[in-house]
Design a protein around this ligand. Structure first.
Ligand code: AVJ
Length: 353
């Protein structure tokens, strides 16, 4: 399974330059690597399995990870710079204020980051290490090998003292096979991505983190907060329509990966805050009756005008809800940082004796 999600470095050069575009699950097998592959503890479905399970039954849905092919990742970076999408810049501000305090309290020997991506915000922690004359190792854990390699090399050259040890795999498939280290470990899970998990999954994931910790280890978690509906709706319906493009792009991914013939013009972006479940629900709404073929799966889907595909849920937390999530799993809240407008939370929690 791991091999499927790898890309050879030559291919990555093309991938970065936009000559070819890959979605997760489609990546060719790789050869030598600076990354350590982490064995999944559970089965990880591929795109064919996910689409069969999600699209061929009602209500239709897709896992959000398929957004992030080359174009989708670029669109997500653009979303982060729109005036409406406050989470990224709010979290970044919190990190730039409190990184030093966090590093001085934790004095980590190792930082492990889930879904490290381009690790842009994590640099604030490394900068704080430099100011505090602290050294440590860094294990970015991500599913995308080419990105892991590029980011790791870049970080290694920017921070000579940092020992970068990239981990390749799907962190949602379990943490049983993380390399054992001694010394204080700081887990980092940023961006509010915990919001993509359903409540039970979020609780399970935090519990898994807790179970893999030793007393004195820490977790730094970033999560988005419940707020005025209009602000939330606006954040997922930016004026420029970038979020709409991002949402519709998943259809291009399916077309490429499953030899399907989705026409994005048959669908419309919809994102709305559900105030009962405290989450943004993002859909692709079908605007005319039509049929889609998925050659690779040997399946057709008959879409009716008005029906929709749930493409993402993004949960928003209350101050207490977030603390409960951590405390329920046996973690101790050390610090709960929030900005004056309370738009976002950054929590430092520890594993007690
Ligand atoms: C990357 C999952 C945190 O839920 O806000 C942004 C993804 N989707 N706009 C989020 C996203 C639409 C984002 N996360």
């Amino acid at each position: 399974m791991q091999n499927k999600q790898r890309l050879k470095s030559e291919e990555y050069e093309e991938y970065k330059s936009g000559d070819i575009a890959h979605a997760p699950g489609s990546l060719a097998s790789g050869s030598s690597s600076i990354c350590t592959s982490i064995e999944p503890a559970r089965h990880v479905p591929d795109i064919a399995e996910d689409v069969r399970a999600g699209l061929l039954s009602a209500p239709r849905s897709l896992p959000p990870k398929y957004f992030y092919d080359e174009r989708g990742s670029r669109l997500f970076e653009q979303i982060c710079t729109t005036p409406e999408y406050y989470p990224t810049r709010t979290e970044e501000k919190l990190l730039s204020h409190y990184s030093e305090e966090i590093i001085n309290q934790v004095k980590p020997e190792e930082i492990i980051e889930f879904g490290s991506g381009n690790a842009q915000k994590t640099r604030l922690l490394f900068d704080a290490c430099e100011r505090s004359d602290h050294t440590c190792s860094y294990a970015p854990f991500d599913v995308c090998e080419p990105m892991l390699e590029t980011v790791s090399e870049q970080l290694q050259s920017d921070y000579h003292w940092l020992d970068v040890k990239p981990l390749l795999g799907d962190y949602r498939a379990g943490l049983d096979h993380l390399p054992k280290t001694h010394g204080t470990r700081l887990y980092v899970f940023l961006g509010g991505t915990i919001g993509n998990f359903y409540p039970e999954e979020a609780q399970e994931f935090i519990k898994e983190i807790k179970d893999s910790m030793q007393a004195g280890d820490y977790l730094l978690l970033g999560a988005d907060r419940v707020k005025d509906n209009h602000l939330l709706d606006a954040a997922y319906n930016d004026e420029q329509g970038i979020t709409a493009e991002f949402n519709l792009n998943v259809l291009n991914v399916l077309n490429r990966e499953l030899k399907a013939d989705f026409n994005p013009e048959n669908f419309e972006h919809q994102a709305e805050f559900n105030s009962v479940r405290n989450r943004i629900e993002m859909h692709l709404v079908c605007i005319r009756d039509h049929i889609v073929h998925m050659q690779q799966l040997d399946e057709i889907i008959t879409f009716q005008k008005g029906e929709s595909i749930l493409t993402e849920v993004s949960h928003k937390f209350t101050f207490d809800g977030l603390e409960n999530l951590l405390v329920e799993s046996g973690l101790h809240i050390c610090k709960h940082y929030e900005p004056e407008n309370k738009y976002f939370s950054l929590i430092l929690a520890s594993c007690p004796e």
